[in-house]
Ligand binder design. Structure first.
Ligand SMILES: CCCCCCCCCCCCCC(=O)CC(=O)SCCNC(=O)CCNC(=O)[C@H](O)C(C)(C)COP(=O)(O)OP(=O)(O)OC[C@H]1O[C@@H](n2cnc3c(N)ncnc32)[C@H](O)[C@@H]1OP(=O)(O)O
Ligand code: NAI
Length: 259
């Protein structure tokens, strides 16, 4: 159950906000009082998220007074830096909560995987988190502000997965990146944690071959796929002071898959 408005003083920057887990995270954080900067490669999708957050100004085409949408390709260094400049210009402060959900798959067996398939997934899923996190913590540290960074990895980053050498490597990298940032930033009052979702119902998993989806679902101890809201619940906890002594953690939201 959400603690009433425990994030009322937070400005939350969420990437991948236009779909799936990122959209659910925006809704949950806003529901707990946060002001949300919904960021995505697909600006229209990010705007749709802001409209779905409801409240005054959420009518079609009118940005809600206290939330805003931003377009960004997180894999581009200039774009990531510009995003933080835009967000600070819009809200006159750095984001105290940063949730990196933006991610892609380009699945293929190792024997057939192209260099481009490898490079693109690493650029978005790993370098993208590095770029956004670096820009955000530079703003937080220079302003002497505390914060909570939540990076979305995957259970695949822990155990691997057939057809995902690129994706698994990127998600394993997110864990190590986050743990290292936690070690460096604790003295600045900035916590950094990873969330490792399991098999969640989103457009990303809907692309999988049905026979694989059926196999995976049968392996989940809780017997069903998770929802984006299941992940958003954990993200909200890590964003709040209720997790004030948690940093460097990897929190699995999997229904017990690969425990
Ligand atoms: C025995 C089942 C074990 C399942 C373990 C898998 C756990 C996955 C949990 C995922 C949870 C978190 C996921 C996440 O973070 C979000 C995502 O990444 S969603 C996308 C996940 N992607 C995959 O799992 C890869 C799915 N596979 C494919 O997309 C295609 O197979 C691929 C592009 C790799 C190759 O396509 P193609 O050449 O057409 O071959 P087939 O599709 O016909 O497959 C050939 C053969 O291999 C089996 N197979 C494919 N993928 C997997 C897999 N992930 N795990 C186990 N087995 C797999 C497939 O069933 C075929 O087997 P046959 O016996 O020949 O039918
Ligand atoms: N769905 C699942 O089962 C799981 C998903 N994850 C991770 O959760 C995160 C969210 O995944 P889903 O919501 O399922 O996917 P999704 O495909 O529904 O949403 C991903 C969002 O990221 C955006 N995006 C893609 N590339 C981008 C870029 N370069 N810059 C900015 N935004 C970009 C897309 O436009 C999209 O809105 C991803 O990092 C994914 O790897 C982890 C474990 C399981």
């Amino acid at each position: 159950m959400a603690t009433q408005l425990r994030l009322r003083s937070a400005l939350a920057l969420v990437t991948g906000a236009g779909s799936g887990i990122g959209r659910a995270v925006c809704a949950r954080l806003a529901g707990e009082g946060a002001t949300v900067a919904a960021c995505d490669l697909d600006e229209a999708a990010a705007r749709k998220t802001v409209q779905l957050l409801g409240g005054p100004g959420s009518e079609e085409g009118v940005l809600r007074r206290n939330h805003a949408a931003f377009q960004v390709d997180v894999s581009e260094a200039r774009a990531a830096r510009s995003l933080l400049q835009q967000v600070q210009a819009c809200f006159s402060r750095p984001p105290s909560v940063v949730v990196s959900c933006a991610g892609i798959t380009q699945d293929e067996f190792l024997l057939q995987m192209s260099e481009d398939d490898w490079d693109r997934v690493i650029a978005v899923n790993l370098k993208g988190i590095f770029l956004v996190m670096q820009a955000a913590v530079q703003a937080l540290v220079s302003s002497g502000s505390h914060g909570s960074i939540i990076n979305i990895s995957s259970i695949v980053g822990k155990v691997g997965n057939v057809g995902q050498t690129n994706y698994a490597a990127s998600k394993a990298g997110v864990i190590g990146l986050t743990q290292t940032a936690a070690r460096e930033l604790g003295r600045h009052g900035i916590r950094c944690n990873s969330v490792l979702p399991g098999f969640i119902v989103t457009p990303m998993t809907q692309k999988m071959p049905q026979k694989v989806k059926d196999k995976v679902t049968g392996m989940i101890p809780m017997g069903h796929m998770g929802t984006p809201e299941d992940v958003a619940e954990v993200v909200a906890f890590l964003a709040s002071e209720d997790s004030g002594y948690i940093t460097g953690a990897s929190v699995e939201v999997t229904g017990g898959l690969f425990m």
